[in-house]
Design a protein around this ligand. Structure first.
Ligand SMILES: Nc1ncnc2c1ncn2[C@@H]1O[C@H](COP(=O)(O)OP(=O)(O)OP(=O)(O)O)[C@@H](O)[C@H]1O
Length: 582
C-alpha cells in the first residue's frame, strides 16, 4: 500500500476526531461570516440613513457572534488537547507494541536514538499533522465552497478572483513538495543522528573518560549539532518560502477581490451594500487558509514521522507466531531440548554463526556449552528464546518444533539468568516481581532468600522498596545477578538458561551466586553458557562449540582424556590462573 493510502487509512481511524474538529471549525467560520454579514448590513444601514433600531440589532448580532466564537474556540482548544493525547497514545501504543513484538532482533539493527526521537518528537508532529492540518484542509474546502458560492451569486467576477487565489494558496506550495520531502527527511535524519550520538555518549561516559575520548566525542557531537542546525535552517527557509507564497496569494486575492468589487460598484454593476458584504466575506474566506498555513508550519514534519511509523509497523517480524499453536495447558515437567541440523546466520553476515548443529539436552539434566569468544554460545540462547529462527533445521522443545508453540507459552517455559541483568526504574520489589506479576510479597522474599539476595536487600534503609535502575541506586554486578536469580526462582520455569551467570563477580559473590544456582537447577533442565570452565565441570553433558560447529561433546573427564579443544581450553584457563596467582 502506498504512503498516501496508508495516511488516508490512519486518518480513517480518527475520523470521529477529524469530523468533530471540522464541525467546530466550520461553526467558528460560520460565526465569523454571520458577524461579517451583520457588520456589512450595519454599515449599509448607517450610510443609507436607515432605522437606528436595526443598526443596534446588527451590533447585537455581531456581539453574540463574538461570544459564540469565544465559546467555540474554547471548546475547540479543550477538545483538541484531549484528542491529541488520545491520538498520541494510540500511535505510540501501536509503535511500541510492534517494537516489543519485533524484539531484540530488530532493536540491534536500529539505533535507540532514532527510535526515541520517533516515539517522542515524531509522534508529536504526526499528531499535529493529523488533528490540526487535516481537519483544517476540510474547513478551508467547505468554507471556500460556501462563501465562494454566495459571492458567485453577488458577482461572478469577484468570486472568480477569490477562487483563483484560494486554489493558488492551497496548491501553489505543492509544487515544492518533492523538495520539502527531501528537506524534511534530511532534517529528521540529522535529528535522529544527533539524538543517537548523544545517548551513546551519555551511556558510554565512563569509557570516554577512561580513554580520554570525551573531547573528541564532544567535537563529533558539535559537528552533528552543526549538521542538524544547517538542515533545520534549510528546512525552515523552505517552509517560510511556502508560507510567503500562501500569504502573497491571500493578500493578492483579497486586494483583487476588493479592487474588482469597487470597479463593479463604480460601473453600477454591484450594489454598495454588496461591496461591504464582499469586503468582509473575502477576508473570512481567506482566514481558514491563514490557519492552514500556521498548522503546516507546526506539523509538516509529521509527514516524515508518518513514513517512519509506517515502516516500523510494516516491518516483518523476525519470528512468526504459529497460526494454530500447540496447546499444552500446563507446564512441561522436565523438557528435553534438541537442535536438529540447525544453521543460522545474522542478516548481514555471510558466515553462519551456527552451522549444522545437532545436540540434545536430556530432561532434568544440566548441559553446558563452552567455546571461545564468538563461537556462537549467545546465539544459541537467542535461538532458544526465539528472538530469531534458524534458516535451516529445527529446535525441538520436548519433541515439538519450538515454532509450533505460541511465543508467550514457549518463553513462559524458559527462565534465563543473563550475564548482564537489566534493572528497570522502580523498586527492587517491582524488579523481582516482573517474573511473576501476581506474586505475593512473601513469595518474592522467599525467592530473594533462595537467591542469597535477601540479606543485601534488607540492609538498604528502604529494603525491598529501594529504587533502582535509572535515577535509582546502582547495584553491583553480583547483586544484580542475584536479583536475576530471584526472578528465575520466582518464574519457576522448567527450562533454565544460565548465561555466563558468574563471570563478572568477585569470589565472595560467586560463592553466594553458585550456592543460589545449585538450589535453582534442581528439578529443571538446565543449560549453562560459560567461559569459566570451573563452573561447568559438574555438568551432565558438555558441548564444545568452535566457529558455530559442535566440535566435541561428553562429560568433563571424557573430554579431558580426548585431549582436544576442551582440554586445551581447560589448560589455557589453568595457565591464566597460575599467572594471576603469581
Ligand atoms: N546481532 C548480531 N548481528 C550480527 N552478527 C552477530 C550478532 N550477534 C552475534 N553476531 C556474530 O555471531 C557470531 C557468534 O556470536 P555469539 O555472540 O553467539 O558468540 P559467543 O560465543 O556468545 O561469544 P562471547 O563468548 O564473546 O559472548 C560472532 O561472529 C558474532 O560477531
Amino acid at each position: 500500500m502506498d504512503f498516501y493510502s496508508r495516511l488516508f487509512r490512519l486518518t480513517g481511524e480518527i475520523k470521529g476526531v477529524i469530523a468533530t474538529k471540522v464541525i467546530i471549525g466550520l461553526s467558528i467560520t460560520a460565526a465569523y461570516v454571520i458577524q461579517a454579514f451583520a457588520m456589512a448590513r450595519g454599515i449599509s444601514i448607517v450610510l443609507d440613513g436607515g432605522y437606528m433600531g436595526d443598526f443596534i440589532k446588527m451590533i447585537l448580532i455581531s456581539f453574540l457572534c463574538i461570544i459564540a466564537r469565544c465559546l467555540l474556540m474554547y471548546a475547540n482548544e479543550k477538545y483538541s488537547k484531549k484528542a491529541a493525547c488520545d491520538i498520541k497514545k494510540v500511535i505510540r501504543g501501536k509503535v511500541l507494541e510492534k517494537l516489543l513484538f519485533l524484539g531484540p532482533g530488530y532493536q540491534t539493527k536500529k539505533r535507540s536514538g532514532n527510535l526515541q526521537s520517533l516515539i517522542t518528537d515524531g509522534v508529536e508532529t504526526l499528531e499535529a499533522f493529523l488533528t490540526n492540518y487535516i481537519p483544517q484542509l476540510f474547513i478551508v474546502l467547505f468554507s471556500a465552497i460556501g462563501i465562494g458560492t454566495y459571492v458567485w451569486q453577488l458577482n461572478t467576477s469577484v468570486a472568480f478572483v477569490m477562487i483563483i487565489a484560494i486554489v493558488l494558496a492551497v496548491f501553489g506550495p505543492q509544487a515544492s513538495m518533492p523538495l520539502v520531502k527531501k528537506f524534511i527527511q534530511g532534517y529528521w535524519q540529522a535529528y535522529a543522528v544527533l539524538n543517537s550520538q548523544f545517548i551513546d555518549a551519555m551511556q558510554g561516559m565512563n569509557t570516554l573518560k577512561v580513554l580520554n575520548g570525551s573531547k573528541r566525542k564532544g567535537k563529533e557531537l558539535a559537528l552533528d549539532a552543526e549538521n542538524f542546525y544547517r538542515k533545520a535552517v534549510r528546512e525552515t527557509t523552505l517552509s517560510l518560502l511556502n508560507s510567503s507564497v500562501i500569504i502573497l496569494c491571500m493578500a493578492a486575492g483579497y486586494a483583487f477581490s476588493v479592487g474588482v468589487s469597487v470597479i463593479q460598484v463604480s460601473r453600477g454593476q454591484l450594489a454598495l451594500s454588496s461591496l461591504f458584504v464582499i469586503l468582509f466575506l473575502a477576508y473570512e474566506c481567506f482566514r481558514p487558509i491563514h490557519d492552514l498555513n500556521a498548522y503546516w508550519h507546526s506539523s509538516f514534519l509529521g509527514f516524515s514521522a508518518a513514513r517512519e511509523v509506517f515502516s516500523i509497523i510494516d516491518t516483518p517480524a523476525e519470528v512468526e507466531e504459529s497460526d494454530s499453536p500447540v496447546n499444552h495447558g500446563s507446564d512441561i515437567k522436565l523438557p528435553q531440548i534438541s537442535f536438529q541440523n540447525v544453521s543460522f546466520s545474522y542478516d548481514e553476515r555471510e558466515t553462519k554463526a551456527i552451522k549444522d548443529l545437532n545436540l540434545c539436552i536430556d530432561p532434568g539434566k544440566t548441559a553446558a556449552i563452552v567455546g571461545k569468544s564468538g563461537a556462537g554460545k549467545s546465539t544459541i540462547v537467542s535461538l532458544l528464546l526465539r528472538f530469531f529462527d534458524p534458516q535451516e533445521g529445527q529446535i525441538l522443545f520436548n519433541g515439538e518444533n519450538a515454532k509450533n508453540y505460541s511465543l508467550d507459552y514457549l518463553r513462559s517455559q524458559i527462565a534465563v539468568v543473563f550475564q548482564d541483568t537489566y534493572l528497570f526504574y522502580g523498586t527492587i520489589l517491582d524488579n523481582i516481581r516482573l517474573a511473576k506479576p501476581n506474586a505475593s510479597i512473601d513469595e518474592i522474599i522467599e525467592a530473594a532468600q533462595l537467591a542469597n539476595a535477601h540479606k543485601f536487600i534488607s540492609e538498604f534503609p528502604r529494603g525491598y522498596d529501594t529504587l533502582v535502575g535509572e535515577r535509582g541506586i546502582s547495584l553491583s554486578g553480583g547483586e544484580r545477578q542475584r536479583i536475576s536469580i530471584a526472578r528465575a526462582i520466582l518464574k519457576d520455569a522448567p527450562f533454565l538458561i544460565l548465561d555466563e551467570a558468574t563471570s563478572s563477580v568477585d569470589a565472595e559473590s560467586e560463592g553466594a551466586i553458585q550456592a543460589a544456582l545449585e538450589k535453582l537447577v534442581k528439578n529443571r533442565t538446565t543449560l549453562i553458557i560459560a567461559h569459566r570452565l570451573s563452573t561447568v565441570q559438574k555438568a551432565d553433558q558438555i558441548f564444545v562449540l568452535e566457529d558455530g560447529v559442535l566440535a566435541e561433546q561428553g562429560k568433563h573427564e571424557d573430554l579431558i582424556s580426548e585431549e582436544g579443544i576442551y582440554s586445551r581450553l581447560i589448560m589455557a584457563q589453568y595457565r591464566v590462573k597460575e599467572v594471576q596467582n603469581g
